[in-house]
Design a protein around this ligand. Structure first.
Ligand code: 5GP
Length: 205
């Protein structure tokens, strides 16, 4: 059985990764979402184990020490990380797994899983990005300014990615990402090992 695809959806904060990812999961029930661990406080409506695993700094550090995270990053004063075991088990069982993470973490995943599918989500413009960060209404103006500065730096990392998708309309962005996933499943490399085995069996017969 083929391993599943590791799909990394990244891009600047506020670009709509969470919304796009939630929509993708609705459209494709087979797609496995990796729930991250974080030291950030829960926002209103966020649920433990659904949105994040909320951890204290000490708990997070002990996850780092025991190598329980595939990657982690410090982002605007909080830690975020991907629990390793779940992702590896799902990939091994042939399921596609999607990580919705910021860019530092995505680059670390790329070092460990160069065969992953790295998708950079772009805002239609910087003005729209600022509106989205401000419109969320959960952060004060210092945090918003800081996030905008971080976002501009993050955009420069686009050349490390395989694909770029503009998040102008959620449905269109999802459709593009689904098309990328379908195309990645059709890569010849995923079939070569199986074909070689078939060829060897035919020669023997
Ligand atoms: P927020 O606080 O808005 O939920 O997330 C802040 C940023 O952290 C977002 O860009 C989000 O994609 C990213 N993030 C969420 N989970 C992870 C993770 O496990 N690892 C990394 N590196 N970033 C994450």
């Amino acid at each position: 059985m083929n391993r599943g695809l590791l799909i990394v959806l990244s891009g600047p904060s506020g670009v709509g990764k969470g919304t796009v990812c939630a929509e993708l999961r609705k459209k494709d029930k087979e797609l496995i979402y990796s729930v991250s661990a974080t030291t950030r406080a829960p926002r209103q409506g966020e649920v433990e184990g659904i949105n994040y695993f909320f951890k204290t700094k000490e708990q997070f550090q002990s996850m780092i020490a025991s190598d329980a995270l595939l990657e982690y990053a410090e982002y605007v004063g909080n830690y975020y990380g991907t629990p390793r075991d779940f992702v590896e088990r799902m990939l091994a069982s042939g399921k596609d797994v999607i990580l919705e993470i910021e860019v530092q973490g995505a680059l670390k995943v790329k070092e460990k899983f160069p065969e992953g599918v790295f998708i950079f989500l772009l805002p239609p413009s910087l003005d729209v990005l600022k509106e989205r960060i401000t419109g969320r209404g959960t952060e004060n103006s210092d945090v918003i300014d800081h996030r905008m500065n971080v976002a501009v730096e993050e955009m420069n990392l686009i050349h490390y990615y395989d694909y770029a998708v503009v998040n102008d309309k959620i449905d269109q962005a999802c459709h593009r990402i689904q098309s990328i996933i379908t195309a990645e499943h059709c890569r010849k490399d995923r079939f070569v090992a199986g074909l070689n085995t078939m060829a060897a069996a035919t020669e023997k017969a």
